[in-house]
Write a protein that binds this ligand. Structure first.
Ligand SMILES: Nc1nc2c(c(=O)[nH]1)N[C@H]1C(S)=C(S)[C@@H](COP(=O)(O)O)O[C@H]1N2
Ligand SMILES: [Mo]
Length: 196
């Protein structure tokens, strides 16, 4: 299996300003985790793409598996070192749907009603994956079962849990927390916490 170590882990300023290390992921979500039956689970990929598609869980299991080791930085100031995820790399999506040149950003849709936006150049990055395992075990319900986006270079509200849809959009627009005062991008090293 291919192993990716996020380049953020080897930064000289590994801990972003205003953060402190914790020894585990702290569960933060807008509601309880949704009930999931993998037989009915579908991942919809749509928007500014040539070939929109809907994947079943079996389709997802057929995608090449990668391991990602990455620090995790929450805007509420805790950070967790070397979290180990497994899943598929975002480049698999390029192969599946043919992204149109008009796609400038991605809106992630989750089963709990959560959404978050990630500009296309941050989405298609070497260390961005959709994870279904955490520390070698199936992703726990609270951490995003069955599928979760991981974007190590941005604050972890961008790492959407319970993903059900990937929408390519022609213009960046705010998701759930971004509409409620969080920064539109969220770079931890620039302390882009809030939009005011
Ligand atoms: N679908 C969904 N994803 C979400 C959230 C949420 O409420 N719903 N909260 C975000 C926030 S603010 C954080 S800090 C992380 C927390 O991840 P964890 O619970 O695995 O530690 O999930 C992010 N992803
Ligand atoms: Mo967060």
């Amino acid at each position: 299996m291919k192993r990716i170590i996020s380049p953020i882990n080897s930064r000289q300023d590994r801990l972003p300003p205003g953060q402190h290390w914790t020894d585990r992921l702290i569960i933060l979500g807008i509601s309880d985790p949704p009930d999931i039956n993998l037989n009915n689970y579908r991942l919809k990929i749509f928007g500014e793409v040539e070939d929109p598609t809907t994947l079943t869980w079996d389709d997802i299991m057929d995608l090449e598996r990668v391991e990602l080791v990455a620090d995790f930085h929450c805007v509420t100031r805790w950070s967790c070192k070397d979290v180990v995820w497994q899943g598929f790399h975002v480049n698999e999506i390029k192969r599946l749907v043919n992204i149109k040149p008009t796609a400038k950003s991605v809106m992630i849709h989750s089963l709990d009603g959560y959404t978050t936006n990630v500009p296309i150049e941050y989405f298609f990055d070497e260390d961005v994956i959709f994870a279904y395992k955490l520390f070698d075990k199936p992703l726990p319900a609270d951490n995003g079962y069955p599928l979760r986006l991981i974007v190590p270079k941005l604050y972890s509200w961008k790492s959407a849990k319970f993903v059900k849809g990937i929408e390519f959009i022609p213009e960046d627009r705010p998701g759930f927390w971004e509409q409620r005062g969080y920064h539109i991008l969220g770079d931890p090293w620039k302390e882009q916490r809030y939009s005011y």
